[in-house]
Ligand binder design. Structure first.
Ligand code: SF4
Length: 188
C-alpha cells in the first residue's frame, strides 16, 4: 500500500492510472480506521453503532484506534467548543494521510441549537469535512450509511492528472455558479 501511495501521483493518465486508481480506492475504502473520541451526546450513538446491536464490524468499520497516528477517519461526534477546537485540530493533524472526516450531527455540522460564543459553528471552520450527517442525534443506522457513502467517495477518488482535471472542472463550475447574493430562499 505504501508503494502504491508513492507511485500513484507519478503515473501518466490512461489505462494504467485507471487501474491503479481502482486498486488504491478499493484498498483505502476497505481499511478505514476511525480515531477513538467523542465530544457530546452524538458520541453515545457512535458507541451504540459499534456495539452488538448494530455491529459496525459487519462492514469492517469498527477498528477504532486509540492513537490518531493509526487512524485515517475522524468522526466528529458532538458539538465542538472553542476550547476543544485546537485539540480536535491537533488530533486531525496527527492522523495518517490520506484522511477523511464525518461531521456527525447538527452540532458538528453547523453548531446546531448552540448559536452562541462558546461553540464552533460547524467543524468545517477548523478541519475539512467530507460528509455532513444531519440529525440530533443521528441514529446508528445513519452513521453506518454515512460511512458507506464515504466508502463510495473514496473508491471513486481520482489520482494524478485525473485529479487535476477534476479540480479544474470544479473550479470552473464554482466560477460559473450564481452569486450567493442573487440566490432566493424558499419564501422569496
Ligand atoms: S446534534 Fe444533538 S445529540 Fe448531537 S451533540 Fe448536538 S445536541 Fe447532542
Amino acid at each position: 500500500m505504501g508503494l502504491i501511495v508513492g507511485l500513484e501521483e507519478k503515473l501518466p493518465s490512461g489505462f494504467l492510472l485507471t487501474t491503479v486508481e481502482k486498486l488504491a480506492g478499493y484498498m483505502r475504502k476497505n481499511s478505514l480506521w476511525p480515531a477513538t473520541f467523542g465530544l457530546a451526546c452524538c458520541a453515545i450513538e457512535m458507541m451504540a453503532a459499534g456495539a452488538g446491536r448494530y455491529d459496525l464490524a459487519r462492514f469492517g468499520m469498527e477498528v477504532f484506534r486509540a492513537s490518531p497516528r493509526q487512524a485515517d477517519l475522524m468522526i466528529v461526534a458532538g458539538r465542538v467548543s472553542n476550547k476543544m477546537a485546537p485539540v480536535v485540530r491537533q488530533i486531525y493533524d496527527q492522523m495518517a494521510a490520506p484522511k477523511w472526516t464525518i461531521a456527525m450531527g447538527a452540532c458538528a455540522s453547523s453548531g446546531g441549537m448552540f448559536n452562541n460564543y462558546a461553540i464552533v459553528q460547524g467543524v468545517d471552520h477548523i478541519i475539512p469535512v467530507d460528509i455532513y450527517l444531519p440529525g440530533c442525534p443521528p441514529r446508528p443506522e445513519m452513521l453506518m450509511d454515512a460511512i458507506l457513502k464515504l466508502h463510495e467517495q473514496i473508491g471513486n477518488k481520482k489520482l494524478g492528472p485525473n485529479r487535476e482535471k477534476i479540480i479544474k472542472e470544479v473550479e470552473a463550475a464554482a466560477l460559473a455558479a450564481k452569486p450567493t447574493h442573487q440566490l432566493k430562499g424558499l419564501l422569496a
